[in-house]
Ligand binder design. Sequence first.
Ligand code: SF4
Length: 331
Amino acid sequence: MSEYLMEVKNLVKHYPINGGVMMREVARVHALNGVSFKVKAGETLGIVGESGCGKSTLGKTLIRLHDHTSGEVTFQGEDFLAKKGKDLMAARREMQMIFQDPYESLNTRHTVENILTEPYDIHGIGTKEERIEWAKAALKKVGLSEQAMERFPHEFSGGQRQRIGIARAIALKPKVVICDEPVSALDVSVQSQVMNLMLDLQKEMGLTYLFIAHDLAVVKHISDRVMVMYLGNIVEFTDANSIYEKPLHPYTQALISAIPIPDPEHQGNRIILEGDIPSPINLPSGCAFHTRCRHAQDKCRMERPPLQDAPGTSGETHLVACHFAGNLPKV
Ligand code: SF4
């Protein structure tokens, strides 16, 4: 058995764009372009990048809310993407998702009791009484009282709604929870409460998190390792300390430089990224980041840099996709 809970190999997700009289495919959105990584049991893997980098598509493709175009996902030693019917249902119990907007992801016409007993209904687990008791226990785990059971989502604050979303995700005692920007829609003061709750649940239940966010400061708080994505590719991947202390990819460096420092005397040098992320319909040639990289050279426009061990490292402890990692041309 592999030491990894999940292994993703060359995962590709392209969305066809159809047009013309015959509604033929005229273009493709290249949302994921061959992403490979491994996830250890019990870790939190942070996945960061601007919107449009493919991180949410990755989460939804992994949990099979979206079909993949090609590639492999091995989960607990089995081919997760090939599973069908009952096997897929059983595997899905082990992999759950928390969504960005708790209001949109909860059915506003259902009471909390309906919302929290639904996973057991779908999977045919327990009697009605047991389902209600388990739902109350899940509420307690996320810090809400059982009085919440009869209420509707609109009667709660954003932070409380996200707690309900978390209670639903952990109801079936999954192994992996894919968290798609779970605190982005919350006030800063509530964000840390929800993240601390998630850390407590991880310890108690041995959960593995794939924590998707656009904000590196948020990811720093919670992650063991961090994967930085740009235009459907991984550009840097290492442990959380290294990514903050010695980022090697110019894109990661720009993201890190944008983290606010709560000290007016040490504001650091912010790297401003010029322009928007290019369209995933027409990917730039060579290094996809070259249109915004202040270190770009001719080679960058022509050759795509592979994701490989950073200079001076081995064994995939620090991967980076840049021709000049560790030795960036002066600007
Ligand atoms: Fe910048 Fe070139 Fe490195 Fe791409 S390969 S990140 S364009 S220096």
